[in-house]
Design a protein around this ligand. Structure first.
Ligand code: UN1
Length: 496
């Protein structure tokens, strides 16, 4: 095989390939085809990138936010123009089916445009003073240099959630993408470059979390860190960031339930769980990994689901007729197969799947058959995040038990309930412990104009997307303007 194209780091507006660095490459998880060779960044590279970002900060910060927004609109335009090309790269590098690869890029367009509009808002508040002739208000100011560390499952969308939000607020960025989707990360940065972002405002350092990630998190010039990934790495980032008293934003795992009550529209619920559990091969933080079904409809629903899932076409995700692609990497494949073994050992009943697909066209890829286990609440496969095409089905006797089971896990990102009873639906909104609840829709498919995030081990309380996305990337300055021309003492001079 010929060697794949080489890509550099993007520092201070230039693509650079520092000499003597080792390199890593990415592959298509469906075919093994090599896609690109990337620099394993070092602490010196991180230092240079942060220096460039710090240098660019004063002028970016003082660029009027609506003008920053205009640049973001141009970025969105580049993504729109290159949607087919970028969508195919997402599919080839990450393995999601082409409709979803294009969807990943669409989510980037939506978010960057949404944040461009934020350039004309970035609202503070005005509140009354307790004294005469005094104004009290708040303004938002950028934090400085921020680090964006992103996962492979939404390899253009999640970087944009972070980068566009950080930039519109006036911060400058050092971006480290997941290594196995380094080409997508590189393409994201190319779009910002093509749109004319000033040099140093966005910098890219590829490489490992242990080297590049840690150097970013530890550097005192980095004031905020936005991280999406696994819980254990997230905890490590949080602890390291805490030493420098940094704002750390975490989006971590999920174990998202779809509840199906006995009055649900079963056709709708069936389509919902099929997409929620096996879309993106189950590799969304929001993926449905538990199906909680009322006992009255359990047997019928499970039988129909198994039939539906056995009809899914698994294959090369670039083929538009394919329903599910491979998992994203050899590591993922190993982890998912381990969980399938765990399921078998803890006595879960395999309803379908449970094995690798290795014959013929599957031979070079990381394909796993869509897998459904019947199990009880409390087994490892029913409470631990698997991040693959493995669904645990749990039988419950009523609504109360369904919610109890749904809530009894360490995560709380997304949740869903299918019912025709409006009272039950609202009760579920109140009672499900999750950052997101869907009524009669699957656990996946959040829209960018609404907050995204979760409770418990899913994060540390922050939210991305929506108008609240700017909280993560701004400092609030409180301003008191006294126009009385005399000394007024708050709490002491009681105005009448
Ligand atoms: C993720 O898996 O981390 O809600 C993000 C969804 C997508 C984003 C998922 N819009 O499924």
């Amino acid at each position: 095989m010929s060697s794949p194209p080489s890509y550099g780091l993007f520092i201070d507006g230039k693509w650079v390939e520092p000499p003597g660095r080792s390199r890593f490459s990415t592959q298509n998880p469906a075919t093994g085809e090599p896609l690109g060779s990337f620099v394993s960044g070092t602490p010196e590279d991180v230092d240079r990138a942060i220096t460039a970002a710090a240098r660019a900060f004063p002028s970016w910060r003082s660029t009027p936010a609506p003008h920053r927004g205009e640049i973001l609109l141009r970025v969105a335009e580049v993504f729109r123009r290159r949607k087919d090309e970028y969508g195919a790269i997402v599919t080839r590098e990450m393995g999601k089916v082409i409709a979803e690869g294009r969807g990943d890029v669409q989510e980037s367009i939506d978010f960057v445009e949404y944040m461009a509009g934020e350039g004309r808002r970035l609202a503070g508040e005005t509140v009354p003073s307790e004294l005469h002739q005094k104004f009290c208000l708040t303004v938002r100011q950028p934090k400085g240099v921020v680090a964006c560390i992103t996962p492979w499952n939404f390899p253009t969308a999640i970087p944009n959630w972070k980068i566009a939000a950080a930039l519109i607020c006036g911060n400058t960025v050092v971006f480290k993408p997941a290594s196995n989707t380094a080409l997508c990360g590189t393409k994201v940065v190319e779009a910002y470059e093509e749109a004319g972002l000033p040099k140093g405002v966005l910098n890219l350092v590829t490489g490992s979390g242990g080297v590049v990630g840690n150097a970013l998190v530890d550097d005192p010039r980095v004031r905020a860190i936005s991280f999406t990934g696994g819980v254990e790495t997230g905890r490590e980032v949080y602890v390291r960031g805490a030493r420098g008293l940094k704002m750390v934003h975490l989006e971590l795992g999920g174990k998202n339930p779809q509840i199906v009550l006995d009055d649900a529209d079963l056709n709708l619920a069936l389509e919902g769980v099929t997409f929620g559990a096996f879309g993106t091969s189950g590799q969304r933080c929001t993926a449905t990994s538990r199906l909680i079904v009322h006992e009255k409809v359990y047997d019928e629903f499970l039988a129909r689901l198994v039939k539906r899932v056995e009809g899914l076409k698994v294959g090369d995700p670039i083929d538009p007729t394919v329903d599910m692609g491979p998992v994203a990497s050899a590591d993922q494949e190993k982890k998912v197969l381990e969980y399938i073994e765990i399921g078998r050992h803890e006595g879960a009943k395999l309803a379908t799947g449970g094995h690798r697909l290795t014959e013929g066209a599957y031979a070079k890829g990381h394909f796993i058959a869509p897998t459904i286990f019947e199990t009880r609440h409390g087994t490892r496969i029913s409470v631990e995040e698997i991040f693959g095409p493995v669904l645990s089905v749990l039988k419950v006797k009523d609504y109360a038990e369904a919610v109890k089971v749904a809530n009894d896990v360490p995560y709380g990102l997304s949740s869903s309930i299918y019912t025709r009873d409006v009272n039950r639906a609202f009760q579920a909104v109140e009672e499900l412990e999750a950052g997101i609840t869907y009524i009669n829709a699957p656990t996946i498919g959040a829209e960018v104009q609404l907050p995204f995030g979760g409770v418990k081990n899913t994060g540390n309380g922050g939210r991305e997307a929506g108008s609240v996305a700017i909280e993560e990337f701004t400092e609030i300055k409180t301003v008191f303007i006294d126009f009385s021309a005399r000394l007024q003492k708050a709490q002491i001079d009681l105005a009448e």
